[in-house]
Design a protein around this ligand. Structure first.
Ligand SMILES: NC(=O)c1ccc[n+]([C@@H]2O[C@H](COP(=O)([O-])OP(=O)(O)OC[C@H]3O[C@@H](n4cnc5c(N)ncnc54)[C@H](O)[C@@H]3O)[C@@H](O)[C@H]2O)c1
Length: 340
């Protein structure tokens, strides 16, 4: 696909890399990974769902711009980047349901701004964080990149995130086709791990926090719905590999784990792993999402493409992820305060 045609840094000079959303859960792990690879990293993040503490170990080694993407790009003073990772987005079901207009604007317009910036400033390679949500609710349980997308109606706010991410992908394809930008999209499946917060409806941090507090773990529906969970550190490790791979042949990649677990079993695993006294409480969907929600029964990625490109194989077990997430939660001020 011409990845080798894009501008690469001169041998011996560090890559210049921009990460939007770099103070977030996945973004902060990515920043650490890029620094390990010797890159010079700039971050734009408005700290809406991210936290500056996520970057505390590397704060003095990066350029950090606290701003929205729209306000932050002009502050870069026309810096040319070799690579741009666009992870900033309005994330989480609850946030999207609470602020549909703001979420759509942020998730579509700012993606266009990032792609435009990359094109106008040396044609950086660009990676757009997309989501398994774009598959919608197809009849199959294993999702492959070239499958048709079956999104729900526009009258249901829940689907606006998926539509916005799908439009981001179209934008990336458009910039590639029309202007020759080397843009690719990664559809992250359920990504979990240290630094993720439960505030916006993410299931594993919610469970871990509840288990820590010995309060009930709230499972929506009957809990037989399955998901595949991948550690954010595995995802962060894969992203630069994918960006730099000479053997990637496609512009869209699934990324995640392909080992399903039922949500009820996940709740039990959290309780057992953490030795908690919590019980499990089943909550009807209508009660969990009074503004309306349509859940998927099963969701599992076909990973053939990403395996062929970079030999992707997650290294963290779910047990380890739960333990590490728990440990970082315990050391955070928020949780210490909650327990006191
Ligand atoms: N975690 C998952 O399971 C998952 C699954 C699919 C896709 N994704 C995608 O991965 C990316 C990272 O998600 P995450 O899980 O790390 O969530 P996160 O909320 O921790 O990260 C998003 C980051 O973007 C920042 N941000 C939000 N809007 C911004 C804006 N307008 N300008 C600048 N910064 C802004 C937030 O402050 C935060 O630091 C997102 O694009 C998300 O849609 C995540």
């Amino acid at each position: 696909m011409g990845a080798q045609d894009q501008a690469s840094p001169k041998p011996g000079t560090p890559r210049r890399v921009l990460v939007t959303g770099g103070a977030g859960f996945i973004g902060s792990h990515l920043v650490e990974q890029l620094l390990k690879l010797g890159d010079r990293v700039s971050v734009i993040d408005n700290l809406s769902t991210g936290r500056i503490e996520n970057l505390s170990a590397v704060r003095d080694r990066i350029r950090f711009i606290e701003a929205s993407v729209s306000d932050g790009l002009p502050q870069l003073e026309h810096t040319q980047f070799d690579e741009v990772y666009h992870l900033a987005a309005a994330v989480g079901v609850e946030l999207v349901l609470d602020d549909p207009v703001g979420s759509i604007r942020s998730n579509v317009i700012e993606t266009d701004e990032v792609l435009r910036y990359a094109l106008d400033h040396g044609k950086s390679r660009v990676l757009i964080a997309s989501s398994s949500e774009v598959y919608g609710k197809p009849g199959t349980s294993v999702f492959s990149e070239d499958d048709d997308l079956l999104l729900g109606p526009t009258t249901m706010t829940r689907w606006s995130y998926a539509h916005a991410k799908a439009l981001d992908e179209h934008l990336a394809m458009g910039y590639a086709q029309q202007y020759g930008l080397d843009a690719l999209c990664c559809r992250f499946f359920n990504t979990v791990g240290p630094r993720q917060v439960g505030r916006y409806g993410m299931v594993l941090p919610r469970f871990v926090q509840a288990a820590y507090e010995n309060s009930p773990l709230r499972v929506y529906g009957d809990g037989s719905q399955t998901r595949c969970f991948c550690d954010g550190r595995d995802v962060a490790h894969a992203l630069p590999m994918l960006m730099r791979s000479e053997s990637r042949q496609h512009r869209v990649y699934n990324l995640g784990s392909d080992r399903p677990i039922a949500i009820h079993d996940l709740a039990e695993m959290v309780i057992t792993t953490l030795g908690s006294k919590s019980s499990i409480e089943h909550i009807p969907y209508e009660q969990a999402y009074p503004k309306g929600f349509e859940d998927l029964r099963h969701r599992k990625p076909d990973l053939d493409r990403v395996r062929a490109a970079i030999g992707f194989s997650p290294s963290y077990t779910l047990n380890q992820t739960i333990l590490d997430l728990h440990e970082t939660m315990m050391s955070s001020h928020k949780l210490d305060g909650g327990r006191a």
